[in-house]
Write a protein that binds this ligand. Structure first.
Ligand code: ATP
Ligand code: MG
Length: 374
């Protein structure tokens, strides 16, 4: 069996094409270390045994850059043989619906064009009693005519689309235990970013967090990211202690600004080109346009909020689709829930926030926190 991988969007990248292709080859190889990945005429081919197909399929569905793939049969470029093969296949599967044959002649020097080849294979099936329906068939028989052989398949399995992780550069995601930020991280991976993670915890030690659901969440995210990335766990208590005395309605936004300031320092150390949050406009009090503004002012790095325009329902659907939802809704001692009970101000002002930050000596808190990251 040959797994035939197609990568729509990358093919459009002109001169950078081989850079994108090589990244996809590298990532595919990283998730399937025991298989050879061959690049051929704008597709990747992997030889595989039947017993491995399911596992391979699971991995490819999580490899960004893949538009679709198929489990294909390698045959001679002979319409008679292909027609007979398709016939046997359909009979074996007790198929009785309508069919269509779709040929893609990749090797233009092959003497029969795509349309004619489809017709001839279709005729064999038609003569054996199958109905042909060109507009809405129950089953399409796909044929790709490559230079030395043909690939025949019956199903296109959708991949996750997007660009291969690594082609865009590195960003740092502020990862909470919630539903949104893991999805935000995935959106950035989907556009080719390597995503590092920074999580603030309210536990008494980093060990406790590492044994919590955060670990599960990170494992799920890792499956989409076959590249080296960093994970930072930062304690929240230094900030918490410093703000206990101030009892401010602005505390939540102070916290948001604080985590971005810590993130900025780490991002600079790693040449990250931006920070990522799961913020969404208007979802909670900290996410009014005013508060997103004052939060953004805390850092000079680009701040990416890929979920800004989604409804909660849409985000939940994405979390389910990518598989992070279950881990996200597991119970967790989240530091944000400690802060947010204090009815946050929906219209904070940068001047006020900066004054408060001076009062609590935010720079010292940032330094202390950076020193206790693990
Ligand atoms: P999420 O589901 O991602 O927690 P949310 O809708 O609950 O998002 P908030 O809790 O207000 O929103 O958090 C907004 C963003 O701030 C999060 O998406 C995340 O990027 C960041 N953030 C919140 N809490 C933490 C934390 N403990 N550690 C790191 N980042 C955090
Ligand atoms: Mg949250």
């Amino acid at each position: 069996m040959i797994i035939n991988i197609h990568y729509g969007e990358i093919a459009l990248k002109g001169q950078n094409r081989s850079f994108f292709e090589d990244a996809l080859v590298r990532n595919t190889h990283a998730v399937l270390p025991n298989h050879k990945v061959q690049k051929l005429y704008g597709r990747l081919l992997i030889e595989a045994e039947e017993k491995d197909l399911e596992l391979i399929s699971t991995k490819l569905k999580k490899t960004f850059g893949i538009e679709w793939f198929s489990n294909s049969y390698k045959l001679e470029r002979d319409q008679e043989k292909i027609g007979q093969f398709a016939l046997d296949y359909l009979k074996q599967n007790s198929f009785s619906g309508s069919i269509r044959v779709e040929t893609n002649r990749v090797d233009k020097s092959f003497e029969i064009n795509s349309m004619e080849f489809s017709k001839q294979v279709g005729a064999i099936l038609f003569n054996a009693g199958f109905k042909v329906n060109l507009s809405k068939p129950d089953q399409t028989i796909y044929i790709e005519l490559l230079e030395n052989f043909a690939l025949v398949y019956f199903e296109k399995i959708p991949g996750p689309g997007g660009l291969p992780v690594g082609v865009s550069g590195r960003v740092l995601c502020l990862l909470s235990g919630g539903i949104d930020s893991p999805v935000a991280a995935l959106m950035m991976m989907k556009r080719g970013c390597i995503v590092d993670f920074l999580h603030f915890y309210a536990y008494s030690s980093a060990e406790e967090v590492k044994n919590s659901k955060m670990n599960r969440l990170l494992q799920i995210l890792k499956e989409y990211q076959p590249r080296e990335f960093k994970t930072y766990f930062a304690p929240y208590h230094q900030f918490y202690e410093a703000t206990m005395s101030i009892q401010s309605k602005q505390e939540l936004i102070l916290f948001r600004r604080f985590i971005l300031k810590v993130a900025e320092e780490l991002a600079k150390q790693n040449n990250s080109l931006g920070l990522v949050t799961g913020d969404n406009l208007g979802q909670v009090a900290s996410q009014t346009l005013d508060n997103l503004f004052t939060t953004s002012q805390a850092t000079s790095l680009p701040l990416y909020r890929p979920l800004i325009g989604f409804d909660k329902r849409e985000i939940i659907n994405l979390a389910k689709k990518y598989g992070t939802y279950e881990a996200s809704i597991e119970e967790y001692k989240d530091c944000c829930s400690l802060v947010s009970i204090k009815h946050p101000d929906t219209k904070t002002k940068v001047d006020d926030l900066e004054k408060l930050e001076e009062e609590i000596k935010i720079k010292e808190i940032i330094d202390k926190t950076l020193n206790s990251i693990s």
